[in-house]
Write a protein that binds this ligand. Sequence first.
Ligand SMILES: [Zn+2]
Length: 303
Amino acid sequence: MDPLATTDRPVAGHDYPADWDQFLAFFPDEAACLDYLERLSWPHGFLCPGCGEARPPWRGSRQRLVCRSCGHQTTVTAGTLFQGTRTPLRTWFAAAWLVATAEQGVSARQLARALDLGSYETAWTMLHRFRRAMVRSGRPRLEGRVELGTLPAPRPARRGGPGGAVAAIALEDRGETPGRVRMQRLPSPAAGGLAAFAGRVVEPGTLIRAVRLERWWPLAELGFMTERAPALTHLPAVEQALAGWLRGTHQGATSPAQLDWYLDEFTFRFNRRTSTHRGLLFYRLLEEAVVTPPVPYRRVVGS
Ligand SMILES: [Zn+2]
């Protein structure tokens, strides 16, 4: 196979599998997965992280790469989501395929069953690592006309404690269709947080439309024009989709601290909803995974 020509326009069947049959042909074993990760990490060929040497490295083993110039040793998985994992890469790739291509995503229970993981905890950790990778994907600010609103977060199913968290949502209005979305958990519906959220994710100069706009929100100070609307065009449908997805795929079992990760997954999917090839999402996910450092299990579970 040729090296990946460019990361801008990856091609189905060449840069990523178009379907499950191709997936099996792309990744028959661990070595094929390592090759793939190496090409994603260095699309234009190996560059030594120590000295910048561009000549192909010595290969100490399938995993270990040694710089010809300075002797710096690295591995294909170092500094990626897969660093130090005991789960085979083929299993990780299959999980990424399921996560990326299932229309509604997968829950940890579904993943454990589909991949015969034997442990709910393993599946759960894998899903959360992938969510970390989704967070990273490029985040240019929204522009044009943007609808702003909030959705009350579902209460954690098991704890049943007081809720109160809301998901702040900003959505581009492109006339006939919605554009890109950004979401973030706000600790409380207090509106100062909503304005600050807009300041982070929306380009100054943008027209912000909302049903509720309080005079004291510092939106003008942040450089926005505002318009109060009796009803928004696209936001209600996205709110409904988000609420349904949290209830359906995840049975609403989202602790407030984990809500941000679920919002990131929804955002990742929504903003790529027009991808003609589901396999492209798999490619984008792995592309992010090779530049996302691993998270210790404690930090995935905690906070
Ligand atoms: Zn070097």
